[in-house]
Design a binder for this molecule. Sequence first.
Ligand SMILES: Nc1ncnc2c1ncn2[C@@H]1O[C@H](COP(=O)(O)OP(=O)(O)OP(=O)(O)O)[C@@H](O)[C@H]1O
Ligand SMILES: [Mg+2]
Length: 511
Amino acid sequence: MRSGDVLLKMEEVSKTFPGVKALSDVNFTLRQGEVHALMGENGAGKSTLIKVLTGVHPMDQGKVYLNGRPIVARSPLEAQHLGISTVYQEINLCTNLSVAENLYIGRLPRRRGAIDWKKMHADSEQLLRRLNLNLDVKKSLSDYSVAIQQMVAIARAVDMSSGVLILDEPTSSLDAQEVQQLFAVMRKLRDEGMGIVFVTHFLDQVYEITDRITILRNGSLVGEYETSKLSKSSLVTHMIGREWKEEDEHRKTESSYTPEVVMAAKSLTRAGSIKPVSLSVRKGEVVGLAGLLGSGRSEFANLIFGIDQADSGVMTLGAEQFQSMNPKKAIRQGIGFCPEDRKIAGIVGELTIRENIVLALQAKKGIFNYIPLKKQQEIAQRFIDLLRIKTPSMEQRIDNLSGGNQQKVILARWLATEPKLLILDEPTRGIDVGSKGEIRRLILDLAKSGLSILIISSELQEMIECADRIVVLRDRMQVGEISGGDMNEASIMKMIAEGGGTSEQYPQTGS
Ligand SMILES: Nc1ncnc2c1ncn2[C@@H]1O[C@H](COP(=O)(O)OP(=O)(O)OP(=O)(O)O)[C@@H](O)[C@H]1O
Ligand SMILES: [Mg+2]
């Protein structure tokens, strides 16, 4: 087999879910030694194509050939035995086990009936070295960052794969440096002849790492292209099915905030998590929180919403002061919080879209103030339309939605509470390029109508477009602030890297 030879071929694959034709006669070809992007809007069918290939769902119709031979995988395990391994965005490893155990779980090496720990540790080290990773394999996986955990999942997949590696949105929780680390691994595997399927909503990454692109729209194949011959605007035009130009930035032209301070945090600290941070948000103001992964952005958001308690400092909401906060109180006080980790703090899988949308509103009103079904339906429909949530019905279980559409439901949940302050932690992660623009526009509209927003995003450009002011955190400390025309990627990156240099005083209540 040589690089360029067809490794995997899917022919005329169809799959229907109740009310949804998720795939119609899709063809897909993966070659040896290539990284192949699978692109499409939220709900286009990318994950479904992967899931029917890997035996998560049976396909209604279609054929799959691996190295020219027809195959049928009836379960992910069978797919793995055939040489097809998948790493999903949500890592399903056991963080309480060691790195080595995670690599060999379900296939622990044995010697005379007992687990051969020595061999397992030696093999693990060798496997990780192949990916240029230097970890203590005896340490618990939870001692490592999400990025490293992701790499361990990939190492495990690579070890069991005989040629096909599928990565469904693996980079959405990695920072720029970690993405590069992952790409280095992908390049190495590609050079070894592996075929890699890569799903992402970050267009820049597609152009950086992929050789070819297959585009799906509404469950149908649009086409297959060489990455170097497809412009960004053609790519998006094919994805959304209408003309798209790299839009002029939706950047705020004018700020619409008033002097009224909606929320002020004064010297909030939490041991091991946040050194004193003081920050206030005015009515109608959008404040961005910038910093590297682990700089304390999400930790700070957790303090404001009361998921974690501050050790010292006070928080002022309107005229009231709070020494401690908890989520219930926060919701009553008019705070909404769209968390970063939606799998843990977000969706309730067994509930419907409607139920997920009204959840926080119901909590705000209290359980004795039940929202009538009709009203619930009205609210759910409004947000399904506003955010273009792709579903056959609001009574669909939320875990049947595509990843990006689940995301939109969580955003809807908090908008439905009509908060005074909305905290958005990575609001467009996993959202397709078309909807990203719409969500940014929505944020600007909401601010104009008087909502105060605290936004955290790893995409600096996104914050620059939305925010009136950006506060930079570094090493769990506030190191500076940039506003207005001074906000650009270079100035923010500089502050993130160097810290200090704050020029403006931020407003504080009572001073
Ligand atoms: N288990 C399921 N039951 C019912 N419908 C489903 C199920 N899984 C997926 N769907 C539907 O199939 C369609 C395709 O979903 P899929 O998850 O493949 O989209 P995607 O391209 O991966 O989108 P995203 O970018 O948001 O991850 C969507 O309309 C989705 O609601
Ligand atoms: Mg998906």
